[in-house]
Structures are given as structure tokens and as C-alpha cells.
Write a protein that binds this ligand. Structure first.
Ligand code: GRF
Length: 251
């Protein structure tokens, strides 16, 4: 039986559509992926509502982005907790208070730099997604884009995937490839990849919120998705499955 990753909506608090999927977004840093999702929600392209932005880092700029948008931020340094499990249990509690529980809503990791415990993942079955700046299964870990540049790959990219107990490992939803240019350093490559992240992550969240994703073992079936979309010389990329019109990157 495929596990359908669409769950029911919930109460709306910020004037969102009554069936909008409630989301918790977890950040540890700048939160540009959070912003890209918020922008597409505001543009009416994603039927979801970010109910809470959670961080383990007090200086994460993602928390400021949440405040500016009127979304409650929640932050506790993980070092204040006796164990990884204790921190995760507290996050599950806080996220639950905002209406995201097993079967209702989803958890979006957007640059959240901590492994989640099995207990956390069990609290949100088939409902935790992540973005990684490499073409998985190549270059998992903290420095995906830099590791790819160092290795000398000719194609690099990013992946959105469901999260399981192994780092950067769960079933892949969408990937986008970009050429890695000769002599290009890790930072420059990461910046070009990040631009594509801002297209594929909102696209994946839109599919999730619309109930169009079904997990079948290692595979994710996406109802009605096009096989691929590609850019041009100004912004070369290949995305698979294809990005829908409203999620195409702008050069
Ligand atoms: C992104 O490159 C993402 O792929 C990785 O962490 C970075 C987060 O960037 N997981 P931002 O905080 O969304 O700007």
C-alpha cells in the first residue's frame, strides 16, 4: 500500500484557506528557503500555512523572517537539554501546540542542522521533508555543494526528500541539476544551487500540501507531474519531475 503523504488541513489562523495544510518550518540559519516557501504561499501557489518557525540557534535569521511575517518563532538552544531526545520531545510538543500532529500537517526542514531522532520522526509519519544541496545519494552531510565542487563533478544540484532515520537518505521527491563550472569554488556553486533550491522546495511543498505525493518504498509517486523541465543558457538546469509554471526560476 502506498503511504499517502497528504494529511488533513486544520484551523486557520492567518487568514489562510480553511483547508490549508499547517506547516512547521525548522531552521538553523538564514532561512532563504523558508522565505521562498512563504513567498509562494503569499502568491497563492501553495495551499499551506506556516504556523510556527522553530530553531535551535538564537541568531538564526529565519526567526526574523518569521517575526516579520507574523509567524510565531520558537527557539531554544539544543545545548540546554539533557539529551537529543529531550530536545526533540520539546519540539514535538511545541509543533503539536500549533496544530501539526501525526496525520495533520507537515514539518519542513529548511537548513535545520541537526539529525532528528526516530521518536521525532514517528510523531509525524511520512510528513517530514528536507532539502539538501547535492544530487543525493552523492555528497550527503553538512557541506554537500562544497564537497561536490571539491570532487570535480560536472553536474551538481539539489534534492528534496522525505526524511528517514539516516542522514540525507529518505525517498526523493524532486531533484534539480546544474552544471558545475571548471574552476568554480564551493561557495559560487552553492549560490547557484541555492537559486534552484528556491524553486524546487516550494514546488515540493505545494505537491505535499495538495496531497499529490505518495511514498511507495524508496519511490515517491507524484500525481500529475511532468517528466522534466529545463532552463536555458542564462540559467541552465534540469529539474525532474518538471517544475510547474509558477515555480520556474527567474534568471
Ligand atoms: C541550503 O543550502 C539547504 O540546502 C541546506 O542548508 C541551506 C539552508 O539555507 N540544507 P537557508 O537557511 O534556507 O538560506
Amino acid at each position: 500500500m502506498p503511504r499517502r503523504a497528504r494529511l488533513s488541513g486544520g484551523k486557520n489562523t492567518h487568514g489562510a484557506h480553511p483547508m490549508a495544510m499547517p506547516l512547521a518550518v525548522l531552521v538553523s540559519g538564514g532561512g532563504s528557503n523558508l522565505q521562498s516557501i512563504l513567498d509562494k504561499i503569499d502568491a497563492g501557489c501553495i495551499d499551506a500555512e506556516v504556523r510556527v518557525v522553530v530553531s535551535n540557534k538564537a541568531d538564526a535569521y529565519g526567526l526574523e523572517r518569521a517575526k516579520k511575517r507574523g509567524i510565531p518563532p520558537w527557539c531554544r538552544p539544543h545545548t540546554e537539554f539533557a539529551s537529543r531526545l529531550a530536545f526533540d520531545q520539546e519540539m514535538v510538543r511545541v509543533i503539536g501546540e500549533h496544530g501539526i500532529t501525526a496525520g495533520t500537517g507537515a514539518v519542513v526542514l529548511a537548513g535545520f542542522m541537526r539529525m532528528l531522532t526516530p521518536e521525532f520522526l514517528r510523531a509525524f509519519p511520512a510528513a517530514v521533508v528536507n532539502i539538501h544541496p547535492a544530487l543525493l545519494p552523492s555528497f550527503p552531510g553538512t557541506h554537500g555543494a562544497a564537497d561536490a565542487a571539491k570532487y570535480g563533478v560536472r553536474l551538481a544540484g539539489c534534492s528534496v526528500h522525505f526524511v528517514d532515520e539516516i542522514m540525507d537518505h529518505g525517498p526523493v521527491i524532486i531533484q534539480a541539476a546544474v552544471p558545475a563550472l571548471p574552476g568554480e569554488g564551493g561557495d559560487a556553486l552553492a549560490a547557484r544551487i541555492l537559486k534552484l533550491e528556491h524553486s524546487i522546495y516550494p514546488q515540493a511543498v505545494a505537491w505535499l500540501a495538495a496531497g499529490r505525493l505518495a511514498i511507495e518504498g524508496r519511490h515517491v509517486r507524484i500525481a500529475g507531474a511532468a517528466p522534466a523541465s529545463c532552463g536555458d543558457a542564462a540559467l541552465p538546469y534540469l529539474a525532474s519531475p518538471g517544475l510547474e509554471q509558477e515555480f520556474l526560476p527567474v534568471p
